[in-house]
Design a protein. Structure first.
Length: 290
């Protein structure tokens, strides 16, 4: 399928079918876009929206967050998961305040230099907040490209060639390219899903190489995430939950999830939180970072 036809089909579909999400509305701003991208990493949209709105109401600018304690950011993160993101976002806010006069930078390299920002987030901010022309590729986009162009059911691990594949279908216009970037992600989120793709509703179904091949179930070689129940992640989450509930008062280390059945795992979870800077130690007392 010619790249112009793919782009046209995606853009037409997106204009008619795209979900109304806060970060897609006019005037949302670069800071809101950056916060939303941090929150959306491995977290469903429905869980993100109310917490995003509360976050931006409390800290409407990077400088507002930079002036708060890291503990406040970790507490406000609530149940979003992967709480290191809260700490990284706080550090990025400090860097934006100190290096960029409180304005989220536009340049991709400047964005990449901020704590916690990788290639996807940097390009997403540059494209969706500032209107620049770059390929933006997440897991959903990779799945769309892999099926449509390579006739495989599952994408491989992220690779530089993904950006090249996306760049090849982008229109020359920066504004149109941004729509196609968003459309490919949206298609992967709501139509070209991992487990139950709705091929009958896909705007590029007639030219999809995977569908034309009979939708073969090719191997998924990506590393699978371990189950949450009983994991170190769950133990870490319980510890942070206890510290949030007690904040600003510290909690004795011995009292942190004392009921946890695996003492070795409990200790490993505490050690990892200390190493990540998500827990501060004062002798035998633990607290959120200050």
């Amino acid at each position: 399928m010619p790249s112009t036809a793919i782009a046209d089909a995606l853009a037409t579909w997106y204009r008619a079918e795209a979900r109304d999400l806060p970060w897609r509305r006019p005037g949302f701003g670069a800071w809101g876009t950056l916060v939303s991208e941090f929150m959306l990493q491995q977290t469903p949209v429905a869980r993100v929206i109310p917490l995003l709105e509360a976050w931006l109401e409390r800290w409407p600018t990077p400088s507002d967050l930079a002036g708060a304690a890291p503990a406040d950011a970790v507490t406000q993160w609530a149940n979003l998961g992967y709480p290191r993101r809260a700490l990284w976002l706080h550090r990025a806010a400090v860097e934006i305040r100190d290096r960029h006069d409180g304005v989220v930078p536009r340049d991709v390299d400047d964005l990449l230099a901020l704590t916690g920002i990788g290639d996807y987030t940097a390009r997403a901010v540059a494209v969706f907040a500032y209107g620049d022309r770059h390929p933006v590729v997440d897991t959903n986009t990779r799945r769309v490209l892999t099926r449509a162009l390579e006739a495989k059911a599952h994408p491989a691990a992220a690779h530089r060639r993904d950006l090249e594949a996306m760049a090849a279908i982008l229109p020359a216009s920066a504004s149109e390219a941004a729509i196609v970037d968003a459309a490919a992600m949206e298609l992967g989120q709501v139509i070209c899903t991992a487990r139950s793709p709705k091929c009958g509703s896909c705007p590029i179904a007639h030219e999809c190489a995977w569908l034309a091949a009979g939708s073969p179930e090719t191997a998924d070689t990506r590393v699978k995430q371990a189950r949450y129940e009983g994991s170190d992640r769950q133990a870490r989450g319980r510890i942070l939950q206890a510290l949030r509930a007690a904040d600003p008062d510290p909690v004795p280390f011995d009292a942190l999830i004392a009921e946890w059945p695996d003492r070795v795992q409990r200790g490993r979870a505490i050690d990892s939180l200390l190493a990540d800077g998500l827990v501060s130690a004062d002798g035998e007392l633990a607290s959120l970072p200050r």
